[in-house]
Design a binder for this molecule. Structure first.
Ligand SMILES: C[S@@+](CC[C@H](N)C(=O)[O-])C[C@H]1O[C@@H](n2cnc3c(N)ncnc32)[C@H](O)[C@@H]1O
Length: 247
């Protein structure tokens, strides 16, 4: 395991944007297939680029592209320079739905607590994300999800917590597996696992004292913790675009 204690200074309300992403990313990396490498990696939806720091320091990454929509690239660049990582991390502002990269450019696309915001629609993965990964490369995603569809009182509690449309962003492992397998067909191998760091990741978010963390804790204690989980998704691209055209 990586030494998460090195990143403890970021486990605060100024940096965390939800359940502790360092913990999720650490588990995503620890449980990846052995052959997956990060040499040229995209951190998709990197937020404050802290997940990019972790990829840059704790994997075999040579370059990490820190790509985000809500956080300006200049703001992330200042943080990257303060951490002497400017030769390794490239900050970019943009939308995952229209990425400015060459096809088959990345060994790995990594996305932590972000993919569900844009990836729940059919076609997004195969048309907007997969083209940018090399043949043999991986897309590795960690997202919040559901153990099962909530029913009755738990459904009401879940919808009150997620406030309307956001409830649609939480899916089960089976839902993601079906979506990705249907989209990719023979071009990919797909595996979806439940993460084990659920309790620790949430507890560190609650302990940060963030106002959303305090609200989340109230809802989880009322029973939401019985249906929520975190999912780790690994997709290996097994065919290049040339292979596909030749078929
Ligand atoms: C909860 S934050 C997680 C940030 C970071 N990965 C982490 O774990 O600390 C979700 C991030 O997803 C990004 N995001 C949402 N929709 C996006 C899109 N269409 N394109 C790129 N990034 C997006 C947001 O900008 C936001 O920073």
């Amino acid at each position: 395991m990586s030494d998460l204690a090195k990143y403890q200074k970021y486990f605060t309300k100024d940096y965390l944007m939800g359940p502790n992403s360092f913990r999720l990313l650490d588990e995503l990396i620890q449980r990846k297939p052995a052959e997956a490498c990060f040499h040229r990696a995209l951190d998709l939806g990197c937020g404050f680029a802290l997940t990019s720091f972790f990829i840059a320091n704790e994997t075999d990454a040579r370059h990490v592209y820190a790509f985000d929509l809500w956080i300006p690239a200049t703001e992330n660049y200042i943080r990257i320079r303060e951490n002497q990582l400017e030769d390794k991390i490239i900050p970019i502002h943009g939308d995952a739905m229209d990425m400015p990269f060459a096809h088959e450019y990345f060994d790995a696309i990594v996305s932590v607590d972000a993919y569900h915001y844009f990836g729940c629609k059919e076609g997004v993965f195969s048309e907007r994300i997969l083209p940018f990964v090399k043949k043999g490369g991986y897309v590795m995603i960690a997202i919040p999800g559901l153990k099962e569809q909530p029913q009755g009182e738990l459904k009401q509690l879940f919808e009150a917590w997620a406030e309307g449309d956001d409830a649609q962003l939480f899916k089960t492992a089976a839902w993601w597996e079906t979506l990705l397998k249907d989209e990719c067909g023979d071009r990919c191998e797909v595996a979806v696992k439940e993460a084990e760091c659920f309790d620790a990741a949430w507890q560190e978010w609650f302990d940060s004292g963030h106002e959303y963390g305090i609200r989340d804790q109230e809802f989880l204690q009322k029973g939401l913790d019985r249906i929520l989980n975190f999912l780790l998704i690994y997709v290996k691209k097994t065919e290049s675009e040339q292979d596909e055209t030749a078929r």
